[in-house]
Design a protein around this ligand. Structure first.
Ligand code: HQG
Length: 179
């Protein structure tokens, strides 16, 4: 991804996950935006975007953050929303422990209340440690927590797997976390 696709990708994360109102964009209840409207509204707000660039951003995105529908008329973020939308994901059953990357300053609080979704719609977990290290590194020296997802399943907790491979759940109580 070059600098300009990265910059527009970050902007798309902002409008498709958090603040569609910045460019007066409507998302439907499942988080989909109309592609023509997105392109039009971006350009109106001085963010250059056309179909070619949009396709490039969707295809080259390192985490496959965005999905287009089959006829490429609608687009949404695969996960990470803070606005309330229903991704319509099916429940999935993780078979192994999962990882969460964070930083030291949050540990005391996580020990008390477990992993909370904070401003997002879900707690984000990953299948591999490398991803968790990257996620934690956004905030400083990464600390990797392991989550006993199989035991959570046994105890009745629900998990979803986003289309780009991120495990999502509502809350991870501290007793399932290895610090
Ligand atoms: C922490 C990015 C104190 C949690 C990433 C995290 C991911 C607590 C922060 C995706 C806590 C929330 C999500 C508690 C959780 N007390 N702190 N009880 N429970 N926290 O950004 O998981 O690049 O909402 O450890 O790569 O960091 O944007 O979640 O540090 O996939 O596509 O509160 O966002 O993806 O931060 O990241 P976030 P996250 P993108």
């Amino acid at each position: 991804m070059n600098k300009s696709t990265k910059s527009i990708s970050k902007f798309l994360s902002l409008v498709l996950r958090h603040k569609p109102e910045t460019i007066n964009l409507q998302l439907d209840q499942h988080g989909w935006a109309d592609v023509d409207e997105l392109i039009q509204q971006c350009n109106k707000h001085n963010k250059h975007l056309d179909m070619e660039l949009l396709l490039e951003v969707v295809e080259t995105n390192d985490k496959k953050r965005f999905a287009l529908n089959a006829n490429q008329t609608k687009i949404r973020a695969n996960q990470g929303h803070s606005i309330s939308i229903d991704l319509g994901l099916n429940e999935e059953k993780p078979k192994t422990i999962l990882y969460h990357g964070t930083v030291e300053k949050f540990l005391n609080s996580i020990q008390k209340t477990g992993l909370e979704k904070r401003s997002r719609q879900h707690v984000h977990l990953s299948q591999n440690q490398e991803t968790a290290i990257k996620v934690g590194s956004r905030r400083g020296k990464p600390i990797i927590l392991t989550v006993d997802a199989p035991q959570m399943l046994v105890d009745g907790y629900t998990f979803y797997l986003s289309n780009n491979g991120v495990w999502l759940t509502d809350h991870v109580p501290a007793k399932y976390i290895k610090f």
